[in-house]
Design a protein around this ligand. Structure first.
Ligand code: PSV
Ligand code: MN
Ligand code: MN
Length: 390
C-alpha cells in the first residue's frame, strides 16, 4: 500500500494524543537495580520540562500523567500553570496505595478498617488534586491480593473493594472519571483482587458511567488475546484507555511497540474498528513504562512514534475489501487485507504528517540535535534525582 493516503487518515494521525507518564522521565528500573542516569529530573517541574521536549518533537504528547506521591507538590494549581506555560496539560492522576508498610496485606481490601480508611483517604486526595490540576481521570491500580490460600476471604475483599470504589465514584465531580486497571499478578502471587478485565468490568458496570476499565498491555497472561478484550470493552462503552508498554515475560514495562509491534497493530485496529479514535470516544492512549538502561526522553519519543505507527497501519486497513472477504468466507483473503496494512511502511506517511504540522520529520534525530540531553546533564547537578518509588 502506498500513498497518497486518504485525508481522513492523515487527519486522524494529526489529531491523536498520546499521554506520557511523569515517572518515565525519572530514574526507574527493576526490583533488582535502578541504574541512575545523569541529568534526570529532580522535581515534578523538571519532569514536565522533559515531557515538553517529547511534545515539541512529536506534536502529539501534550498530556502528562502524574503519580501521587511520586509527584507530590505544595501547589498543584501552580504545577498545572507551569505545564500550560510549556504547552502541556496535567493529565491522568495515578493513585498509589502500594508503597506504605501499612499496605502489606492490602489497601482498600485490607482486613483492618483503619488501613482501608487510610487508602481511601489517599484516593479522595487524588480527586482533590484532579480538581486543582483540571485532570479528567483518576487511574486506580491496586496491588491488593494474597500470597497463600486461606490468607484472607476472597469474597470479603471484593466487598471492601466495591465499597471503596463506590465512595470514590460519589466524590468525582462533573466530567471526572475513574479508570480501573487490572493486573494478573505481582506483587501478590496467589490471589489478586483486580486480576483481569472481567473483574474490572464487573466493578465498573456497577459503578456506572463514570467508571471505565484501563488496559495495561503488560498485565496479562502470556498468549492472552488483548485485542479481543479491547473490542469487547469498546463495544460495551467501558474502555477508558491504555497503559501502553511492551513485555516479553511479565510486567516488563519496556517501550511500547518494542516487543510485539504486530500485537500493538492488532490492538489499534480494534480501536479504530470500534470508533475508539474518534473524539468523544473517551479512550486515553497513555504510556506506562520504565527506562532502566536506555536514555529516557528519546525512549519516550520512540514509544510515542511506535504507537503512531501502529495507529497509522490500523487506519490503512482497506475495510471494504476486508468486509468483502469476510462476508464471502475468504479466510486467506481477509487475512491478506489485514497483513497488507501491517506490512505498509508508514514512516513516510508519518513524516509527512509531522511536516504538515511544522515539525521535523525525524523526532528522535531532532531531539538529539537539540542539545537538550547535554544541557540537562550540565544543569541538573546536585539535589536528589526523582525516582520511581521516590
Ligand atoms: C502497576 O504495575 C502499574 O502498571 C500501575 O499502572 C502503576 O500505577 C504503575 O504500574 C507504576 O509504574
Ligand atoms: Mn499500568
Ligand atoms: Mn504495570
Amino acid at each position: 500500500m502506498s500513498g497518497p493516503y486518504p485525508a481522513a487518515v492523515t487527519a486522524a494521525l494529526a489529531a491523536q494524543r498520546i499521554e506520557t507518564p511523569s515517572w518515565a522521565y525519572g530514574n526507574s528500573g527493576t526490583r533488582f537495580k535502578v541504574f541512575a542516569q545523569p541529568g534526570v529530573p529532580r522535581t515534578p517541574e523538571e519532569k514536565l520540562d522533559d515531557a515538553a521536549r517529547v511534545h515539541e518533537h512529536t506534536g502529539v504528547a501534550p498530556d502528562v500523567a502524574l503519580h501521587i506521591p511520586w509527584d507530590r507538590c505544595d501547589d498543584y494549581g501552580a504545577l498545572a500553570s507551569y505545564a500550560r506555560e510549556r504547552g502541556l496539560r496535567l493529565g491522568t492522576v495515578n493513585s498509589n496505595v502500594f508503597q506504605d508498610d501499612d499496605y502489606k496485606l492490602g489497601s482498600v481490601t485490607h482486613p483492618d478498617a483503619a488501613v482501608r480508611r487510610k487508602a481511601l483517604d489517599h484516593l479522595l486526595e487524588c480527586v482533590d488534586i484532579m480538581d486543582a490540576t483540571g485532570s479528567r481521570d483518576l487511574k486506580l491500580w491496586f496491588a491488593d491480593g494474597t500470597n497463600y490460600p486461606g490468607q484472607d476471604d476472597i469474597r470479603a475483599r471484593q466487598e471492601r473493594l466495591a465499597e471503596a470504589l463506590a465512595t470514590v465514584r460519589d466524590r468525582l465531580g462533573e466530567g471526572q472519571r475513574m479508570l480501573l486497571e487490572y493486573k494478573l499478578f505481582e506483587p501478590s502471587f496467589y490471589t489478586t483482587d483486580v486480576p483481569d478485565w472481567g473483574t474490572a468490568y464487573a466493578h465498573c458496570l456497577k459503578l456506572g458511567p463514570k467508571a471505565r476499565v484501563v488496559v495495561d498491555t503488560g498485565h496479562h497472561a502470556p498468549g492472552t488475546n488483548i485485542e479481543f478484550i479491547v473490542a469487547l470493552l469498546l463495544r460495551e462503552g467501558k474502555l477508558g484507555g491504555f497503559d501502553f508498554n511492551s513485555r516479553f515475560y511479565a510486567d516488563d514495562d519496556l517501550m511500547a511497540g518494542a516487543a510485539d509491534p504486530f500485537q500493538l497493530f492488532r490492538i489499534m485496529y480494534e480501536v479504530v474498528r470500534g470508533g475508539g479514535l474518534e473524539s468523544g470516544a473517551g479512550v486515553s492512549f497513555m504510556l506506562d513504562q520504565c527506562h532502566n538502561i536506555e536514555p529516557k526522553i528519546p525512549a519516550v519519543i520512540r514509544s510515542v512514534m511506535n504507537v503512531q505507527e501502529a495507529t497509522a497501519k490500523a487506519l490503512l486497513v482497506d475495510t471494504a475489501a476486508l468486509e468483502g472477504a469476510q462476508r464471502s468466507g475468504d479466510v486467506l483473503g481477509a487475512n491478506a487485507v489485514l497483513m497488507d496494512a501491517y506490512d505498509t511502511d508508514v514512516r513516510p506517511l508519518l513524516a509527512g504528517v509531522r511536516e504538515a504540522c511544522g515539525l521535523d520529520p525525524d523526532p528522535v534525530g531532532a531531539y538529539r540535535r537539540s542539545g537538550w540531553a547535554e544541557r540537562i546533564v550540565e544543569e541538573r547537578k546536585g539535589g536528589q534525582q526523582a525516582g520511581w518509588g521516590a
